[in-house]
Design a protein around this ligand. Structure first.
Ligand SMILES: [Cu+2]
Length: 112
């Protein structure tokens, strides 16, 4: 009877609470796009942990955050922000770029 109650009530409640809990512990790192370039060009993040990358596009034109190494691609409208979940990463240096301005918009995420 006790097990049945746990299965019927306890576990679904626990699972429902987990995403919010995991999200609350995720560190946020911010980078900006200005004049079609990323600042800072390199950020350090902890290896082995999921992180939240907030990309602020300060330019009036859209940009696409893209990284083959991180397997991410996201269009960010002008004068707006986007949040991208990354990791957990192996230690290393990961390249990303702005696909609409590949000649100027490049950066690295270093996981240590
Ligand atoms: Cu793309």
């Amino acid at each position: 009877m006790k097990l049945f109650i746990l299965g019927a009530l306890g576990l679904p409640a626990l699972f429902a609470a987990l995403p919010a809990f995991a999200d609350a512990g995720t560190e946020v790192y911010e980078i900006s796009i200005k004049d079609h370039a990323f600042t800072p060009e390199e950020i350090s993040v902890p290896a082995g942990k999921k992180i939240k990358l907030k990309v602020n596009n300060l330019d009036p034109t859209p940009e696409e955050f893209e990284s083959h190494e991180l397997n991410r691609e996201k269009i960010i409208a002008g004068k707006s922000s986007a949040t991208i979940f990354i990791g957990p990463l192996e230690p290393g240096k990961y390249h990303y770029f702005g696909e609409f301005h590949m000649d100027t918009a490049n950066g690295y995420i270093v996981a240590k």
